[in-house]
Design a protein around this ligand. Structure first.
Ligand SMILES: C[S@@+](CC[C@H](N)C(=O)[O-])C[C@H]1O[C@@H](n2cnc3c(N)ncnc32)[C@H](O)[C@@H]1O
Length: 260
């Protein structure tokens, strides 16, 4: 099932059934960094609606970045996280989205190369499929560089080799290439000014949901979450306030549907 809705998500989410959503993967407008066709959003209503829609054990992935106003970081991301916590969600993790390419150099600041990915859960998460794609330094058969071991009687004996998995569970800093030919596998996505990488959406969908689960993106932009959810056999509901972006999302998602 795929459903794409046009309008303000604070309003359109009211049409959806309580405790029906397994996973939300979304990214709100970042302060006033970008003008998404001039639309604003009502954060607190959206936060409360997301809480209502989430199943017990469901997860919200909230990808966000702060603006800098007169040299001062807005901390909107933290204010939003504190709000989510105040309405009863657990701040299960804060994963750093590291961008392989940073912002332009600044004479008095380090170059900005990350965003936050807050992982909120409604109680204990019901689905956790940790991604194990970090190459283990000692993967294979190893004695960790030590050929001998000293026994309690002081004698040196040969250290037995052990088998260590080639890949271990990922750390909570996730690095992605961004920009043309990296963030999305189609050109259409780049008609939107602020997409996140398809791989990022996919990594969260695989981590926090199972096939046939329902994934929601209430501010879906070019439809990256939807495209990836459908590709991975999940149901999807997307809401977008701009008709122009909704059409882009629709086209991207339909292409995946027709190829699966
Ligand atoms: C950061 S972008 C999301 C980009 C998306 N993750 C992608 O990869 O294409 C935020 C989107 O939220 C939309 N938006 C802003 N306010 C909204 C609202 N109240 N309801 C629904 N969508 C809204 C904007 O039009 C914009 O497309």
């Amino acid at each position: 099932m795929t459903k794409l809705l046009l309008g303000d998500c604070a309003v359109r989410m009211k049409e959806l059934e309580s405790e029906s959503v397994d996973l939300v993967v979304t990214s709100p407008p970042y302060d006033s960094i970008r003008n998404y066709n001039g639309y604003k959003f009502d954060f607190e209503t959206i936060g409360n609606e997301l809480f209502r829609l989430l199943k017990k054990g469901g997860i919200i992935v909230w990808v966000v970045k702060d603006s800098i106003n007169k040299g001062n970081r807005s901390l909107t991301s933290f204010k939003q996280a504190l709000f989510f916590q105040s309405i009863g969600l657990i701040v299960y993790d804060i994963i750093i989205y590291e961008k392989a390419s940073a912002t332009l150099p600044h004479p008095r600041r380090y170059r900005d190369a990350h965003e936050f990915m807050f992982i909120f859960s409604k109680g204990r998460p019901k689905t956790v499929n940790l991604l194990s794609d970090r190459k283990n330094r000692w993967g294979g058969t190893t004695n960790w560089g030590q050929k001998t071991v000293r026994e309690t009687d002081g004698k040196l004996t040969k250290r037995k080799s052990q088998i260590v998995k080639e890949y271990g569970v990922r750390y909570n800093i996730w690095r992605y290439n961004t920009g043309k030919r990296h963030s999305a596998s189609d050109d259409l996505a780049f008609k939107h000014p602020a997409i996140f990488p398809e791989k990022l959406a996919e990594d969260h969908i695989l981590s926090w949901s199972n096939p046939d689960d329902l994934v929601l993106d209430p501010m879906m932009g070019s439809g990256t979450t939807g495209k990836t959810a459908v590709k991975n056999g999940r149901n999807f509901i997307g809401i977008e306030i701009s008709e122009e972006y909704l059409k882009i999302a629709e086209e991207r998602i339909n292409k995946v549907k027709s190829s699966t």
